[in-house]
Each structure stands twice: as C-alpha cells, then as structure tokens.
Design a protein around this ligand. Structure first.
Ligand code: NAP
Length: 250
C-alpha cells in the first residue's frame, strides 16, 4: 500500500494462525485496519491482534464461519461498524485433508468445498454488496498443488482449482466497478495446519524441498508482502491473475 494515501479496511479470513496471520500482519504494517477472522481459535486471533496493535496498527478479531451466509454478513457488519467500508478482502480460510480417492466421503466433500469454495463466494458477494466502496481488491489463497496436481489431494486440489476459475470470472464481472480479484498459489509451507498433518520432518517435506528451486518450504511471512502489493494501488492494473508463490515449485 505504499503509494496509496487512502486508508484501507481489510478482512483476512482464517487469520488466527498460519499464512492468514502472516498476511494480516503485513496488511496492518502497510497501513490497513485489519479484521482478523477466525472460526474457533479465539486465543490465536487475539494474539495476532495484539501483535498488530503492539506495532501501532489497528486490528479486531471477529469469529465467523466463512461457509455460512449469516456469519459472513455479521463479519462484514462488524468490520464496517468498527473501521468503515471493507475494500480489501483476503480469502485465506481453508481446510485440507489428504486421502486416496477411496477415502473421500460426502461429509469431507461438503467440508472442503464449503470452506474453500463457498466461503470464497459468500465473502466476495458480501464485499460486492457494499454500495459505498470505490476501488477494492480481493485476493484468494489457492495452492501450487493446482499446478503440481498433488497426489492424494484430489478433493483439495479440485476445490482450489475451482477457486482459481472463480477468481478469473469474478474479476471480469467486478472489474467495471473497480473491484480487482486475484489469487496466489502458495507452495508447501510450515504452518500450524501442516504441522498438525505431520509435514515437518516427513518424506513429503523432503520431496517438496527437493522440488523447490529456492531450496526450502514457505513460511507465513513469505506471502504477506505479495498480498499487500496486490491489495495496493501499485497493483491497480492487475486483475484476474493467479500468481504462483512457491519458491519456483511447479
Ligand atoms: N500451509 C501450506 O502448505 C499451504 C500451501 C498452499 C496453500 N495453502 C492455503 O493457505 C491457506 C492457509 O493455510 P494454513 O496452512 O496457514 O492453514 P492453518 O494453519 O490450518 O490455518 C487455517 C485457518 O483457517 C481458519 N478456518 C478454517 N476453516 C474456517 C472457516 N470455515 N471459517 C473461518 N475460518 C476458518 C482457521 O481458523 P481457526 O483455527 O480459528 O478455526 C485458521 O485460522 C489455506 O487456504 C490453505 O489451503 C496452504
């Protein structure tokens, strides 16, 4: 947000930990007032808010399940009450499980599709429903797995491939209103989520590092600067793009 004189209001979904927390801190560092959304981890969200305010930034934690329309409306209402119209939205909340095809249940299909895809659609609708915003920027967090076609992740990759397609089409629909829509595709990264899956120290991690030209896995701090750029007026001519941010893994 370096060249923008306008103070922005940002919502980052799933910002109580991991990549979302890194993005929330970077946006606050670039001058935005940030709503730190979470679903369950209130303590984690409050820690992110405290880290932002300790640096002189503005932030507020708001619980909401992005997969529910009522929760999403409440999230936007609360953000607007506290900071004004929302003109930056980062759809980071996401869930994944890795399983062979035979392990995909209807319940897991609903869980991943409703968080990763429906959540992105509901928040995008809520941002666009505001009739008092000027230009705005939406950044969707996809995965490099949509390019590498990550094995045993067919459901997750399908949900994020749909997010990539949604990004491009929504950018066409919302462009005439000055609302830009882009996505980033992170590579395998060290987060609370991947730690819970046993990724650090695993054979999969070694394989990911071997396949990454920059020779390591990602960290939450790697994505914030890119998202802050996409949210800023410096990126005013970029929309409908899906950007790989994976240390070169493809
Ligand atoms: N880490 C990686 O290697 C990697 C690679 C590529 C892409 N990504 C993508 O990057 C994003 C973040 O990943 P991460 O590894 O940082 O995740 P993480 O550590 O597991 O954190 C997930 C975050 O999403 C929130 N969340 C989950 N479901 C939600 C819902 N229905 N409503 C609102 N918030 C919800 C969680 O909130 P609570 O904990 O408060 O419930 C948490 O803040 C995801 O979209 C993921 O697919 C990650």
């Amino acid at each position: 947000m370096s060249t923008s004189s306008k103070a922005r209001t940002a919502i980052v979904t799933g910002a109580s930990k991991g990549i979302g927390a890194g993005i929330a801190k970077a946006l606050a560092g670039a001058g935005a007032a940030v709503v730190v959304n979470y679903r369950e981890d209130e303590e984690g969200a409050e820690r992110v808010v405290a880290a932002i305010t300790a640096e002189g930034g503005r932030a507020l934690a708001v619980r909401a399940d992005v997969a529910g329309g009522d929760d999403v409306r409440r999230l936007f209402d609360r953000a607007r009450e506290e900071f004004g119209p929302v003109d930056v939205l980062v759809n980071n909340a996401g869930v994944a499980t890795f399983a062979p095809l035979s392990g995909i249940t209807e319940e897991e299909f609903q869980r991943q599709m409703s968080t990763n895809l429906l959540g992105t659609i509901l928040t995008t609708q809520a941002l666009a429903a505001q009739d008092d915003i000027g230009s705005a920027s939406i950044v969707n967090v996809s995965t490099a797995g949509t390019l590498t076609h990550l094995v045993y992740a067919s459901l997750y990759v399908a949900s994020k491939s749909a997010v990539n397609a949604f990004t491009v089409v929504a950018a066409k629909e919302l462009g005439p209103r000055g609302i830009r829509v882009n996505a980033i595709m992170p590579g395998p990264s060290d987060t609370e989520g991947t730690r819970a899956m046993g990724f650090p120290g695993s054979a999969q991690e070694a394989q990911a590092v071997a396949g990454t030209p920059l020779g390591r896995t990602g960290t939450p701090a790697d994505y914030g600067p890119l998202v802050a750029f996409l949210a800023s007026d410096d990126a005013r001519w970029i929309t409908g793009d899906v950007i790989l941010a994976s240390g070169g893994m493809r």
